[in-house]
Structure formats: structure tokens, C-alpha cells
Design a protein around this ligand. Structure first.
Ligand code: FPP
Length: 280
């Protein structure tokens, strides 16, 4: 069986430092022993919700939930890389999260800093390229500098791109893009007639990153919470009741199998999609 992403890599890229298709196939057999997915998302985005509830249910401070959640981050990053997911975007801190108690905000910043230190060697070893989206100017200076260092050091990675959404809000991302476009038009370097969907995509924080194919939300809430509002126009949504600290291998595999069963029609009919598939 040749899963989609592995196939794509083999045909379109030939750099020797890329993960090889054989290893990805072997890993897929490891993670999907009963049924290999016919189709994997190229880009998975995750709203990691439920850390607080996980802790409260156990009589622990909320920060313990975040700490446990950081372990799920490491697990999901590792699996994604091993099975050939090209992009993984994690909603780690929203622009609204600044309103949380100072102690919790500080703990989250501290966890992020620890994560960057703890995972750098893993990222370098496996060619993971780190990116960040959001208003990074609001991060504590030391954390921002650390983040920028890790982004720079991993920038040549060719394995998987890990995108951390930090101090991120979808609406303010669009406002930021609109202001820039208006300013460019005002000074005469942008013709407003050139502003189209492509232009907008190319001027968001996510420029150059394909739109997510699959958006997972944990903890059972059915909302986007200001995450990737433009980019998720055609994204498949998957919601699980499991809390983020419980979201490990079994749950991720379930989400990926559910995705493989979806038919993405982009406004077309089932018959048109089936005909397209036959032509391929
Ligand atoms: C939502 O759960 C989660 C967050 C606001 C933070 C996510 C952070 C982590 C998973 C850990 C650190 C991240 C990295 C990248 C190392 P919640 O607190 O809103 O949960 P609740 O809705 O149950 O209260």
C-alpha cells in the first residue's frame, strides 16, 4: 500500500535528506495495524482544549493539565512526523488567552520555553522546521528571542513543518493583512484590483503554508474559537470528547481514519468527484 503523502514525496521530491517513503510506509503499518488509511491529510491543525478540565477532574491545579498537555504535543508531533504529515499547526495560545490569570499565563509561557529547549535536538535530528503564527510581539521578550532562535536553527528542516499558533487570533490576522493592503494601495504599490483570494492567503501569517485539510478539536466543543478563520474554509472538522491530555496515539489514529472516510467535494457533486478520481 502506498499512502498518499508518501506517494507524493516519492514523485515530486528527490532530496536525499527527506524522510523516505519506505520508512513512512513501515510507520503507517505500525500506527494503523488493522486498516491503512487510503488518504492522509497533508496539513493537520489542532485546537488543544480541555487541559483545565483534565486537571480539575483530578483535583489538580490547571497548570498540571497544561503540563500533561505538553506531553500530548510531543506525542502528536512525533506520530505526525513518522507517518509523513507535512504540516501540523497547534493552537497553543490564543490572543484571548492573555485574559487568563497571570499565574496561568506565566506557566504557559514557561512551558513553551521548556518545550523549545527540550525538543530542539529532536527537531534538528528529524528535520522538523518550526514556525510560529500570531502577534509574537506580545510574548515575553526572553520567550520570543528563544522562539526566534529555534525557528532560525530549524529553518532548513525538510521533514515536517510544525506551526505554533501563539498569541494568535484569526480576526486580528485578517485585520493585519487588510491594513497592510490598504497602506500598500495608499502609497501606490498595490492596485486594489489585484486583491483576490490568492493575495489574501499570501499575506496572512500562514503565507506559504497550505490550508489545513483536517482540523481536530478536543474536549467536545463545536466552535473555531478564532482559529484559522480564513484558512479553514474547506477544512474537514473532527471533534472528540477526549480532553487534550488524553489525546494520544489511539485518538489521533481515530481522527485520521475518520478523515480518510470523508469525501471532500469543494461544492461539486459526488458524481463529479468520483469521475475525477477515476481519471487520476
Ligand atoms: C486549552 O485548554 C489549552 C490551552 C489554552 C493551552 C494549550 C497549551 C498546551 C497544550 C501546553 C503547552 C504547549 C506547548 C506547545 C508546549 P483549557 O485550559 O482552555 O482547558 P479547559 O477548557 O478545560 O479549561
Amino acid at each position: 500500500m502506498q499512502p498518499t503523502n508518501a506517494k507524493k514525496r516519492k514523485s515530486s521530491r528527490s532530496k536525499p535528506d527527506l524522510p523516505n517513503t519506505r520508512r513512512i510506509e513501515r510507520n503507517l503499518r505500525k500506527y494503523f495495524p488493522n486498516r491503512l488509511p487510503s488518504n492522509l491529510p497533508r496539513h493537520v491543525a489542532i485546537i488543544m482544549d480541555g487541559n483545565g478540565r483534565w486537571a480539575q477532574e483530578r483535583g489538580l491545579p490547571r497548570v498540571e493539565g497544561h503540563r500533561r498537555g505538553a506531553k500530548s504535543v510531543a506525542a502528536v508531533v512525533a506520530i505526525s512526523r513518522e507517518i509523513g504529515i507535512d504540516y501540523l499547526t497547534l493552537y497553543a495560545f490564543s490572543s484571548e488567552n492573555w485574559r487568563r490569570p497571570r499565574l496561568e499565563v506565566n506557566s504557559l509561557m514557561h512551558l513553551l520555553d521548556e518545550y523549545l529547549s527540550g525538543e530542539l535536538s529532536e527537531m534538528l535530528e528529524h528535520g522538523i522546521r518550526l514556525k510560529a503564527i500570531g502577534d509574537l510581539s506580545r510574548l515575553p521578550r526572553a520567550v520570543r528571542i528563544h522562539l526566534e532562535q529555534v525557528i532560525r536553527r530549524t529553518s532548513e528542516g525538510r521533514g515536517m513543518t510544525l506551526v505554533l499558533a501563539l498569541s494568535y487570533g484569526g480576526r486580528s490576522e485578517i485585520v493585519h493583512m487588510a491594513r497592510q493592503a490598504a497602506e500598500d494601495a495608499r502609497v501606490g504599490i498595490l492596485d486594489p484590483a489585484r486583491i483576490d483570494e490568492r493575495y489574501v492567503s499570501d499575506h496572512l501569517y500562514t503565507a506559504g503554508i497550505p490550508d489545513p485539510d483536517l482540523l481536530v478539536r478536543t474536549a467536545g466543543e463545536y466552535r473555531l474559537s478564532n482559529f484559522l478563520l480564513w484558512q479553514t474554509a474547506y477544512t474537514e472538522l473532527y471533534v472528540t470528547k477526549k480532553l487534550w491530555p488524553q489525546f494520544r496515539r489511539t485518538e489521533y489514529v481515530k481522527a485520521l481514519l475518520a478523515y480518510a472516510d470523508r469525501e471532500r467535494r469543494y461544492g461539486m457533486t459526488h458524481e463529479q468527484i468520483a469521475a475525477q478520481r477515476r481519471k487520476k
